[in-house]
Design a protein around this ligand. Structure first.
Ligand code: NDP
Ligand code: 8X3
Length: 251
């Protein structure tokens, strides 16, 4: 029987690439995001391979999160795999000049949003005593870099929450793990720099960065291990990257 996977942040980057690879590997897909036009286009594309259902909500809105997931049609309701991927950085400023709205956005989306979605999905998994939760952290979960203060704080929180989930859900046989990518060329930096495309593209200039498909491929590998194997914590960087701040660039 096909497994059902719910992917947050499926309209772009890592989430979209994950939906594409999972669809081609015969998982039923629940796509989540705020941009309904993109959800509709991707749903149409992936329906060629598998059953797809889209949910349009903001992960910051806990009522909308609960209403949408609880109203899933019966053939999508028994979620087997949750990929908590929705998230972004907002701004890159020293702590003394950081923007309160940016801080709110990162904490509300990356941390509270992940919790709101998990809160609704976990009872589905505990009831059937099986499931798999993958939280997308970052190298920013493992180290702090200049001006990364609050974004790194949110990803450190994702790391800690993942460990807590793994402990608390252990009695239910639920697999929990985190994948921590380094620099991936997605819309991430465009969001961080509020649409400044030139500044965003400079982030990935002069080296071969990870692509969304690289992380999606790893997510599929992690999910498709035999059930007794839980890949608990995985850090993935481009070969050119040695740490958050050390990148071998040829420019
Ligand atoms: P993208 O900007 O390409 O994708 C972000 C996704 O998150 C979009 O689908 C967006 O959908 C969704 N999202 C953002 N805010 C909300 C919200 N409030 N409610 C619902 N969905 C939301 O970035 P990436 O694919 O790179 O990022 C995915 C994850 O990977 C994030 O958690 C990020 O922190 C992490 N990551 C990224 C790295 C990178 O270098 N790119 C490296 C390490 C980790 P929509 O706007 O339609 O709602
Ligand atoms: C995204 C990668 O280096 O901007 O998490 O933190 S980085």
């Amino acid at each position: 029987m096909k497994k059902t996977v719910l992917i947050t942040g499926a309209t772009s980057g890592i989430g979209k690439a994950t939906a594409q690879i999972m669809a081609k590997n015969q998982y039923k897909i629940i796509l989540c995001g705020r941009r309904s036009d993109r959800l509709a286009t991707l749903e149409k594309e992936l329906s060629e391979f598998t059953e797809v259902h889209s949910l349009c909500f903001d992960v910051r809105d806990k009522e909308a999160v609960a209403e949408n997931i609880k109203a899933l049609p019966a053939d999508f309701a028994s979620i087997d795999v949750l990929i908590n991927n929705a998230g972004n950085a907002h701004g890159l400023d020293p702590i003394q000049t950081g923007d309160l709205d940016d801080w709110d956005a990162m904490i509300d989306i990356n941390v509270k949003g992940l919790l709101y979605v998990s809160k609704v999905v976990i009872p589905i998994m505990t009831a059937k005593k099986s499931g798999h939760i993958i939280n997308i952290g970052s190298t920013a979960a493992k180290e702090v870099y200049p001006n990364g203060n609050v974004y790194c704080g949110t990803k450190h929180a994702v790391d800690a929450i993942t460990q807590g989930m793994r402990i608390d859900l252990n009695p239910f046989g639920i697999r929990v793990g985190a994948i921590h990518p380094g620099m991936v060329a997605t819309e991430f930096s465009e969001v961080r720099f509020k649409g400044d495309v030139d500044r965003a593209s400079n982030v990935y200039k002069g080296f071969d960065p990870l692509q969304a498909e690289d992380i999606a491929d790893i997510i599929h590998f992690v999910v498709s291990r035999p059930y007794h194997v839980n890949i608990a914590d995985l850090v993935v960087m481009s070969t050119a990257q040695a740490s958050s701040t050390i990148v071998r660039r040829e420019i």
